[in-house]
Design a protein around this ligand. Structure first.
Ligand code: DC
Length: 226
């Protein structure tokens, strides 16, 4: 059973997808980590973020692997563990430039589909999992929330980590990132027509998790009766 969870940043997707995977005993794939890993390599090589050919060349030389023996799975880039380096501000920005390059998307989509073949019991999260990568997935969800609420959550998260951040700056970043994610020609951020859209603005994370786990359990039970 493959469950896709797509949506913009700040909807709590990562934690929700990870917890849903644990509760249902499914594997977990964070596809954003792959774009972030390429972003990290791009930064390390001081590449020009506006040069898609240079970005694509760097991506071709990135070997990204997941270590599924830990929770969440470890992320390895060219034999180096990089999971702890992927959430910084610079890697986040670089990832959003990497994600608009068609050749890079094709490369990572192929790799995600390969992971899906090897691990067909999977909760996968990203932007295009239900639309492009796993169109035949058993269950599809799209999490959303207002930009203001997503910025508020992000500020709280960063401040809890001791970072000094301005709400207005984070909101501006989120709106700009959404714009890039929604308007790219390949794999844009949008709900699959058969996805269940969950507006999380006024929901707690556990309510979102319960909703998805409940749906998945009902789906499994219905399958077993059939
Ligand atoms: O979900 P995230 O914030 O870790 O994603 C990092 C970046 O990668 C973000 O700019 C969106 C992009 N991304 C994407 O384009 N497609 C995916 N399947 C996952 C992430």
């Amino acid at each position: 059973m493959i469950i896709t969870i797509d949506g913009p940043a700040g909807t709590g997707k990562s934690t929700v997808a990870q917890t849903v995977a644990e509760r249902l005993h499914l594997d977990f794939l964070d596809t954003g980590a792959m774009y972030r890993a390429v972003g990290l390599e791009v930064l390390r090589r001081n590449a020009n973020l506006d040069d898609p050919r240079e970005l694509a060349f760097i991506a071709e030389h990135c070997r990204i692997e997941f270590d599924h023996s830990t929770r969440p799975p470890g992320v390895w880039l060219n034999d180096q563990s990089v999971g702890h380096l992927l959430r910084g501000k610079d890697a986040t920005t670089a990832a959003s430039f990497v994600a608009i390059v068609p050749a890079i998307r094709e490369q990572l989509v192929r790799q995600q589909q390969e992971i899906g073949r090897k691990r067909p019991n999977l909760v996968t999260e990203g932007r295009d999992q239900g639309t492009v990568v796993f169109p035949g997935a058993a269950l599809k969800f799209f999490l959303d929330a207002t930009p203001q609420e997503r910025a508020r959550r992000r500020v709280a998260q960063l401040r809890a980590r001791g970072e000094i951040v301005e709400y207005s700056e984070i909101l501006r970043d989120i709106v700009a990132r959404d714009e890039r994610d929604r308007n790219r020609p390949i794999g844009p951020l949008k709900p699959s027509s058969d996805a269940e859209v969950i507006d999380t603005t006024a929901m707690t994370q556990s309510q979102v998790i319960e909703q998805i786990v409940g749906r998945a359990r009902r789906y499994r039970e219905a399958g077993q009766q059939a």
